[in-house]
Design a protein around this ligand. Sequence first.
Ligand SMILES: Cc1cc2nc3c(=O)[nH]c(=O)nc-3n(C[C@H](O)[C@H](O)[C@H](O)COP(=O)(O)OP(=O)(O)OC[C@H]3O[C@@H](n4cnc5c(N)ncnc54)[C@H](O)[C@@H]3O)c2cc1C
Ligand code: FES
Length: 313
Amino acid sequence: MEHHLPKKGIFNASVLQNKNLGDKFYRITLELEKNGKSVFSSAVPGQFVEIDVSRLALPAENLIPPQYSDAAKRNIILRRPFSFADIVCSEDSVIVEILYTVLGPATMRMKTLKSGDTISLIGPLGNGFSISENKKTAILVAGGMGAPPLVHLSGLMKSQCKDMEIIVFVGAKSISELAFFDLKIDKLIKTKVKLGEFEKHNIKTHISTDDGSAGLKGFVTDMLKNWLIQNKPDAKDTVIYACGPEAMLRASAAVSTEFKIRCQVSLERRMACGTGLCQSCAVKCLNKEDGSNFYKLCCKDGPVFWSDEVVWE
Ligand SMILES: Cc1cc2nc3c(=O)[nH]c(=O)nc-3n(C[C@H](O)[C@H](O)[C@H](O)COP(=O)(O)OP(=O)(O)OC[C@H]3O[C@@H](n4cnc5c(N)ncnc54)[C@H](O)[C@@H]3O)c2cc1C
Ligand code: FES
C-alpha cells in the first residue's frame, strides 16, 4: 500500500544556534528529524511556520528595552509566523534557518532560545514563490523585514537556474534597519554596504535607504524603476519577486503593470491560526473575468500572490 506523507504538520524542532546579528536581528537555526525532516525537505521559499512561543522565558528584566516593558508582560497565546531564510536537507535531518527581528513580546522571548532547546512549530504553511525556470532575469525586491524569504529564493534559484540573471534590490528606512546588516561590524564601510546574506550566494545587491544612510537615497521601488529604464530587460523573459511592507508591494505592483513584467508579492497579515480556520488574514482580490472582488486567505492561499490579482488599497 502506498503511504502519502502529510504536506504539513506540528513538529518539535531542536535549536542548534540563535545568533545575534547586529542590534535587533537574529538568525535561528533549527533541526527537524524523522517525519519533520520528510515534510520540511520539500518546503519552498515564501512558505512559513507558526512558532509556539507561549512557554518561552522572557529575558532578564535589565535586558528588556523600555519600549517593550509593558508588552513583555502579555501572555503569548497565538503562535507567530516566520518565513524560511534557508532550508538545507541532509540524510538524517533538515536544517531550517529563520532570520527575525525583535519587535515585541514574542520575538523578545525568541531571542532567549539557545542551543539544545526544543520548540514546537506548525508548517510548512501557505503557498510560496513559483520559480519560472524559463525566464532570463529574476528581479528580487526586499523592503525592511521582507528579506528572509528572498534570501531563500535567491539561493535556490542560483543553484537551480544556472543561466538566470538574478538582480536584488534591498531597501530600508535607514542603515540600522537594513535587513541583517551588522552595524557594529560594518559601520566603517557604510557607504559601500554589502549584504552578506545575498552576497554569500554571489549575488550583487543594490541597496537604498529612505534617509540615504546606506546605498542610494530613496525608495527601493524607485531604484527598481530606474534600473528597468536603464537596462530594458525583455518583459516576457523577466519576473519580479517582492516581499516587504504593503506600500512597497503596492509600488512594486505598479512598476510591474507599467513595465508589463509579471510580479509575485509575498503579503503580510496578522495571522491567528495560520491554517485557514479563523479568517483573520483576508486579502481582497480581483476577479479578472468580471471585475468583481472576492477574498482569499493570506495564510492558506498566499502569502505569495500574483500582484495583479490583489486589490491594492
Ligand atoms: C507570512 C509571514 C512571514 C513572516 N516572516 C518573518 C520573518 O521571516 N522574520 C521576521 O522577523 N518576521 C516575520 N514575520 C513577522 C512576524 O510574524 C512578527 O514580527 C511577529 O509575529 C511579531 O511578534 P511579537 O509578539 O514579537 O510582536 P507584536 O507585538 O505581535 O508585533 C510588533 C509590531 O509588529 C506589527 N506586526 C506584527 N506582525 C505583523 C504582521 N504579520 N503584519 C503586519 N504587522 C505586524 C504589530 O502591529 C506591532 O506593531 C512574518 C509574518 C508573516 C505573516
Ligand atoms: S490566519 Fe487564520 S485564516 Fe489565516
